[in-house]
Unconditional design. Structure first.
Length: 250
C-alpha cells in the first residue's frame, strides 16, 4: 500500500486503532489514514503527538475527552458534513473499547455520517488469545464499578454467565479485585495479563488465591487485563482456596 496515494472517502469518520505499547504494532492502513486524513481527533493530543512525530506525520489535532466529548462530537459532525475526513484515536488501542470515542461514534451514526473502522491493537483481544482459556464464548466487561458494593453485585451477577470473562483493572485496585474473585470465583482459572506488548509483558496464571499471594509478594505494577475462565465441571462451588484476607466462603 502506498500511504502517500491512499484516497480516503470524504465525510468519513475513521476509527483508527493505535499501539498499546509496541509501536511496531501499528498497521500500514492506520498509517495511511493518519497521513491522509484532514483532522485527527485525539483523547490526549500530547500523547498522540508523540506517536505522530515518531512516524513523521503532521496533522491538525483536535482533543476530545470526558468533559468536552459531547461538544466536540458536534464539531466533528460539522467537519464531516463539509466533506472533511477525521481520524479518531485514543491514547492506545481501539477507540470505544473501555475508552473515549463511543459518544462521537454514536453522534456520527445518528447524523447519518459514514463510520469506518481501521482495526488493530486491542488489549483485551491480545490478553484473551494468549491466555490459554476458552475463546468460543467470551464476555467483555471493561472496568468494573469502583464502589465496593456495586462491584460485588456485578461480580455476583456474573456467576451464571457461561464462557470466559475479560475485564480491565488498574494496578492500585488489583489486590481488592483478587480478594473479591477469591470469594466469588474461588476455583476458576484466572490469567493476569500485564504490560501487554511492552518490555515487561507478563502472563500470570492460577486460581484467585494463588494470584493474590503472588501479587502481594511482588507488588505488581502496570495496566492489567484479567481473564477469568468458565466454571469447571470438577470444581467445588463455594469452596474457597484459602487466600489470605478471604472470608473462606462464597
Amino acid at each position: 500500500m502506498d500511504s502517500n496515494r491512499t484516497q480516503l472517502t470524504p465525510g468519513t469518520l475513521y476509527l483508527v486503532a493505535t499501539p498499546i505499547g509496541n509501536l511496531q504494532d501499528i498497521t500500514l492502513r492506520a498509517l495511511a489514514v493518519l497521513k491522509n486524513c484532514d483532522f485527527i481527533a485525539a483523547e490526549d493530543t500530547r500523547r498522540t503527538g508523540l506517536l505522530l512525530k515518531h512516524f513523521g506525520i503532521t496533522k491538525p489535532l483536535l482533543s476530545y475527552y470526558k468533559f468536552n466529548e459531547a461538544r466536540r462530537a458536534r464539531e466533528l459532525i460539522e467537519l464531516l458534513r463539509t466533506g472533511k475526513t477525521v481520524a479518531l484515536v485514543t491514547d492506545a488501542g481501539t477507540p470505544g473499547i473501555s475508552d473515549r470515542g463511543q459518544r462521537v461514534v454514536e453522534a456520527a451514526v445518528a447524523a447519518g455520517m459514514r463510520v469506518e473502522p481501521v482495526p488493530g491493537p486491542c488489549a483485551f483481544i491480545a490478553a484473551l488469545t494468549a491466555s490459554g482459556l476458552p475463546t468460543d464464548e467470551v464476555h467483555f466487561l471493561g472496568f468494573l464499578p469502583r464502589k465496593p458494593g456495586q462491584r460485588r453485585v456485578k461480580l455476583e451477577s456474573l456467576r451464571a454467565i457461561p464462557g470466559t470473562l475479560v475485564l480491565y483493572e488498574a494496578p492500585h485496585r488489583l489486590d481488592k479485585l483478587l480478594t473479591e474473585l477469591c470469594e466469588v470465583f474461588p476455583n476458576r482459572r484466572v490469567v493476569l495479563a500485564r504490560e501487554l506488548t511492552k518490555k515487561f509483558e507478563e502472563f500470570l496464571r492460577g486460581t484467585p488465591s494463588e494470584l493474590r499471594e503472588l501479587a502481594g509478594a511482588r507488588r505488581l505494577k502496570g495496566e492489567f487485563v484479567i481473564v477469568i475462565g468458565p466454571e469447571r465441571a470438577d470444581s467445588n462451588a463455594g469452596q474457597c482456596a484459602g487466600c489470605a484476607g478471604c472470608a473462606g466462603e462464597a
